[in-house]
Ligand binder design. Structure first.
Ligand SMILES: NC(=O)c1ccc[n+]([C@@H]2O[C@H](COP(=O)([O-])OP(=O)(O)OC[C@H]3O[C@@H](n4cnc5c(N)ncnc54)[C@H](OP(=O)(O)O)[C@@H]3O)[C@@H](O)[C@H]2O)c1
Length: 217
């Protein structure tokens, strides 16, 4: 386990063609059984992190409500702090600790707005959020295990800097197709296969029509 940052697990459900959502953002790929598994995983980590577009499109609660256990801290990447106040996460942030990571690009007015809702604001990075720095800050806050739950742009910002330790993907029985679907990892991508992290397959678990694959870096 790396010392200066949390242990980072990436979790996602993907279609057989490697996408996390259709071109319109429809991402409900997992079966109920798989969702229960994900909630169990959530209750075993200290925090879950997602990108702003996932929060806008899915409006998730990011809780572990399908299992008995604790809700992890929720972390959102949103450079300018523009997330909406009617989202489920903001509506529940006085009950479940929630951090919003922003960049120096945010206005003081927006910082004040977010703090009023009850969110903890962490500033790191100039225009964009510096994820490496953020992870060091999270470690100082005693977050030892972090679950990254996408979307594809957020996943890339972790992969490009080698910040993922483990990947758990559910391969679901769907084909989404299209160049505008959201793939597991978006961003610029690597030019050479040799730039990819090298992964070891640790477990395969079958859930009726789905396969849960666990790889470690
Ligand atoms: N199937 C699944 O398991 C699954 C899981 C999660 C999401 N999804 C789907 O994925 C789609 C959203 O994915 P997405 O790739 O469009 O967006 P995303 O990764 O959810 O959010 C990206 C946004 O986060 C903000 N951000 C701030 N700092 C960042 C940084 N350092 N690195 C990356 N992002 C940063 C950026 O907005 P600012 O520049 O404004 O800050 C960026 O545009 C949705 O349709 C959702 O349903 C599927």
């Amino acid at each position: 386990m790396a010392k200066s940052r949390p242990y980072v697990i990436l979790s996602a459900a993907i279609s057989l063609d490697g996408n996390m959502a259709t071109k319109t953002g429809d991402s409900r790929l997992s079966s109920k059984k798989d969702l229960v598994r994900v909630h169990k995983l959530r209750s075993n980590v200290d925090a879950i992190l997602i990108g702003k577009r996932t929060m806008l499109i899915d409006d998730p609660s990011l809780t572990a409500r399908y299992v008995k256990g604790k809700n992890p801290i929720r972390i959102i990447l949103d450079s300018t702090g523009s997330i909406k106040s009617n989202s489920k996460i903001i509506q529940t942030c006085r009950k479940i600790p929630t951090i919003i990571a922003v960049s120096e690009n945010i206005s003081e007015k927006n910082v004040a707005r977010l703090q009023r809702y009850g969110l903890e604001v962490i500033k790191c990075g100039h225009k964009k959020i510096n994820v490496k720095k953020l992870l060091c800050i999270l470690k100082e806050k005693n977050i030892k295990k972090l679950l990254v739950e996408g979307g594809g742009t957020t996943n890339w910002s972790f992969f490009k800097d080698g910040l993922i330790d483990e990947i758990i993907v559910t391969l679901t029985p769907f084909i989404l197709g299209g160049k505008n679907a959201i793939s597991l990892v978006e961003g610029d991508g690597f030019s050479k296969i040799s730039q990819s992290c090298s992964l070891k397959l640790k477990n395969i678990h079958r859930l009726k029509n789905e396969l849960v694959l666990r790889y470690v870096v």
